[in-house]
Design a protein around this ligand. Structure first.
Ligand code: SF4
Ligand code: SF4
Length: 679
């Protein structure tokens, strides 16, 4: 039956017939109302009396409904409470939590902003539910003589009419959402049709219609009673379905949004020396359990995921649902591994395929999934947690990964080059060594210190600083921040790097740091906090935007498309500063996906140092999108994006757009005498 229905719905003509039928029924109802076959009364008709048998039936029905609800909800609560405690959890800052609750839950701000039309339809259903809470309570209290809202009273009559408006909005919205899910079927909702969603949508529709119907039946006893029972039975069937379906988010998501970890894409500290990350069920924390049971399966995370969009196995929604189904099957005390070893072993088993090591290590940590999720699920602590479990225990074996970790350990930089190379570059550029007298420490990072293009960016940014008369120096010895080790789950390597960096800053009495790399900025300002507080650090876009009035302006009139780096935009909320710089150099063009919705370059999460990607290359997809804007220049504000686009653009015809960092755009306008040193 299900298969037949699925097959039927997949055919265009069946969808068309269904649409025509729906339109005909709607038109018939509207026609009946307009032609006065049905009379609208401004007062809700409610049954006056209930027999003892009816009261008994209601009590039995309610008892069964509540019991069935807790039959599933009870075990879920047990799983959440029995999961490991989150060591770092704190309700602080409470103000931010209350704001998120107000904006994301009560205003449905995130839902509407990310997908305006379906979001608004969803918001109407949610607000309608809130408006209906009193009506439903009153409805069930009526047979016991405990009704607190009476149609005859002014307050009651007003409220019932107010709820009727909401009932109408909910009925229309749920119909639209049904049509979208079952007839339009956007791909990110998944290939599988969710029949339970169809049933729930029908029940919500029935709830609204049975309520609205009571305005059209006058005082007719039997009809009023029939509508009352229809409404009640629908409520009693609806309640136990909630915990058995993804509609559990109705109960859990307000809590999930309120309790989510403070900070975007924050990687929590390991709880003890015995904690190696998410290896098995016993490592899953209460916050993760709560979050995975709140998933509404909307697919927003997958829709925006660069890995999912380029043919890789990683699917953030399936990671969340994979942890959920693991907890259902094995429980939070299990020692069974969360990740399957290899894709090849799990090819015929979709859940295992999505929970594979391959999938976990395909994440660029771009944060799109977490940014998009409307119910406060934080994917990065889960995905990085899974990587930690695999890397810290040696279960992840990857030649590129091993080479990277060895390079960090032996050379102190991710490119595996000798520190002498950096020394030579510093000397050629004439960069002073930081000695505590300069205002800024210019942090080079692995890319700025060792990569040829990264060096060009640093050199041009140093010219800008010199032009402004800002004193700066570079550290005599500088190691990687540990960003790739951190994101690939190697906690020991990361800790070594972080502690070494903090000691260098302390020894040289650094007060302010500036860097061309958003990954370094994020890691030093945020991740290092686990081991100490680093001096204040800012990105060169913030620095230049702050000094823009003192910088020469030379608008060439060329069109420049700016690519938002994930670690500068979503991670640091810096969108306008680099645009201010770009707009001074030429005509700013926006890519179709920009700002918070920017598409990753593919380098983050340590992936710049791993081997070939499967499927399409993320950098090529993004570069093609930037080229399609027709801009003459592609501008970036991250040396990793720059290196990824360098390769991608070189494979795109004979005359690809020029690729320039915002520091290079600014340096172009400086007097040539400001150019110091060789590159
Ligand atoms: S962080 Fe980015 S790459 Fe990783 S799962 Fe989320 S959307 Fe996909
Ligand atoms: S994790 Fe969030 S965004 Fe992804 S499907 Fe679930 S609710 Fe939607």
């Amino acid at each position: 039956m299900r298969a037949a229905l699925k097959e039927a719905l997949s055919r265009g003509w069946v969808r068309m017939v269904a649409l025509v039928c729906a339109a005909t029924v709607g038109a018939r109802i509207a026609g009946a109302v307009l032609s006065s076959e049905i009379h609208f009364s401004a007062t809700l008709a409610e049954p006056g009396k209930f027999s003892r048998l009816e009261v008994a039936l209601l009590l039995i029905g309610a008892g069964i409904s509540i019991a069935l609800f807790f039959r599933r909800f009870g075990p879920i609560l047990c799983i959440i409470f029995r999961s490991k405690k989150d060591k770092d959890f704190s309700l602080h800052p409470i103000g931010r939590r209350m704001w998120d609750f107000f904006w994301e839950v009560l205003c449905q701000g995130k839902v509407i902003r990310q997908r305006p039309l379906p979001g608004l339809a969803h918001a109407f259903v949610f607000w309608g539910f809130l408006a209906f809470a009193l009506v439903s309570l009153n409805h069930l209290a009526n047979p016991f003589g405990l009704a607190f809202l009476r149609p005859a009273s002014y307050v009651g009559n007003f409220y019932f009419l107010f709820a009727a408006i909401w009932a109408l909005l909910v009925a229309v919205s749920i119909t639209a959402l049904f049509v979208r899910r079952f007839l339009a079927r956007p791909i990110w909702l998944g290939e599988k049709l969710s029949y339970e969603s169809g049933v729930i949508a029908f029940l919500i529709f029935l709830l609204m219609v049975s309520y609205l119907g009571a305005f059209f039946v006058g005082d007719g006893g039997a009809a009023v009673k029939a509508l009352w029972w229809m409404h009640t039975l629908t409520l009693l069937v609806f309640l136990p379905l909630i915990p058995h379906t993804k509609h559990l988010h109705l109960v859990l998501s307000p809590l999930t949004v309120f309790l989510k970890r403070d900070g975007f894409s924050k990687i929590p500290p390991l709880s003890s020396d015995e904690d190696f990350g998410l290896i098995a069920g016993k490592d899953v924390t209460q916050l993760i359990s709560l979050q995975v049971y709140s998933c509404v399966e909307c697919g927003r995370c997958t829709e925006h995921c660069p890995a999912s969009n380029t043919g890789k196995v990683l699917n953030p929604k399936e990671i969340v649902l994979g942890v959920q189904s693991y907890l259902n099957q094995s429980g939070p005390a299990s020692d069974a591994p969360l990740l399957t070893e290899a894709l090849v072993e799990s090819r015929d088993n979709p859940p295992a395929r999505y929970m594979s090591m391959e999938a976990a290590f395909e994440c660029t940590t771009c944060g799109s999934c977490e940014y998009q999720c409307p119910v406060g699920i934080q994917h990065l602590p889960i995905i990085i947690g899974l990587r930690r479990g695999a890397t810290n225990t040696g279960a992840w074996e990857d030649t590129h990964g091993t080479k990277l970790f060895l390079a960090l350990e032996k050379q102190g930089n991710a490119l595996g080059l000798s520190a002498m190379e950096r020394d030579k570059f510093i000397q050629k550029q004439g960069f002073p060594i930081f000695d505590g007298t300069q205002e800024y420490c210019l942090w080079l990072g692995c890319m700025g210190g060792y990569d040829p293009k990264g060096r060009e960016i640093v050199a041009d940014f140093a010219r800008v600083m010199r032009y402004l008369g800002t004193s700066f120096g570079v550290l005599k010895k500088e190691k990687c921040t540990g960003d790739p080790a951190r994101r690939l789950g190697n906690d020991l390597a990361f800790q070594t790097m972080a502690e070494s960096g903090l000691k260098s800053f302390e020894a040289t009495k650094v007060q302010k740091i500036v860097s061309i790399c958003p990954h370094c900025v994020r890691t030093i300002s945020n991740d290092w906090r686990e081991y100490g507080i680093a001096p204040e650090i800012e990105h060169h876009s913030e620095f230049m935007a702050r000094h823009k009035d003192r910088l020469p302006q030379q608008n060439s009139g060329e069109s420049i498309v700016y690519h938002d780096p994930c670690y500068l935009g979503r991670y640091r909320d810096v969108y306008e500063e680099p645009r201010e710089i770009v707009a001074r150099a030429g005509e700013l063009v926006e890519a179709p996906r920009s700002h918070e919705r920017s598409f990753c370059c593919g380098a983050g999460g340590g992936l710049a140092f791993l081997g070939e990607e499967t499927g399409e290359r993320v950098s090529h997809v993004r570069a093609a999108e930037l080229v399609a804007t027709g801009a003459k220049i592609v501008s970036t504000a991250c040396p990793f994006c720059n290196t990824m686009f360098r390769d991608a653009l070189s494979s795109m015809g004979d005359a690809p757009p020029q690729l320039l960092d915002i520091a290079q755009l600014t340096a172009r306008a400086l007097p040539t005498m400001q150019k110091t040193g060789e590159r």
